[in-house]
Design a protein. Sequence first.
Lengths: 112, 115
Amino acid sequence: LAKTTQPISMDSYEGQEVNITCSHNNIATNDYITWYQQFPSQGPRFIIQGYKTKVTNEVASLFIPADRKSSTLSLPRVSLSDTAVYYCLVGRRNNQGGKLIFGQGTELSVKP
Amino acid sequence: GAVVSQHPSRVICKSGTSVKIECRSLDFQATTMFWYRQFPKQSLMLMATSNEGSKATYEQGVEKDKFLINHASLTLSTLTVTSAHPEDSSFYICSARFGTSYEQYFGPGTRLTVT
């Protein structure tokens, strides 16, 4: 399973766009990139998943360059409720029984 | 859809006693369930993978005799922390997936405090 590296923490203000970058230099051909969000004392929540280029949903966008060695989660116009820990995970579909290995995550703090 | 529940949400027990935590998939059949542990300010750590009707597979360093996992049905998995000690105090989270789907759906977690 590819190892991921993210900034430990980030600060932002309400209304700003936040970009969190994740490095995964050892990503394999069949690996997908998935981002989860976790609020304090809650289980993680799926945000977005992608394989290459750009993926967008109602919550976020995911940018993946051609070499796929990194990815950027983009949160448009954040609010206070976006304060959470964001995890980037890389893994193959159906590999090793579907295990997800969480890295340290990025603690995002949104201020008024 | 794809809702996973855990019970209890928080529990306090005395050192030396055992505690059972339930994880249920409410609207789908979970062929695989996973158990994680999370200490304060740390990431989730996978403890074990549980497939319905078979023995759980534990991650390296996780004591299978201390953390008993049962996955007797497609909608229920239980984690029993036996002879709990204060160092077992943690946030325990389960997740579930159906079939060979990559997506996992997480429960809300159970806060265990051992006094």
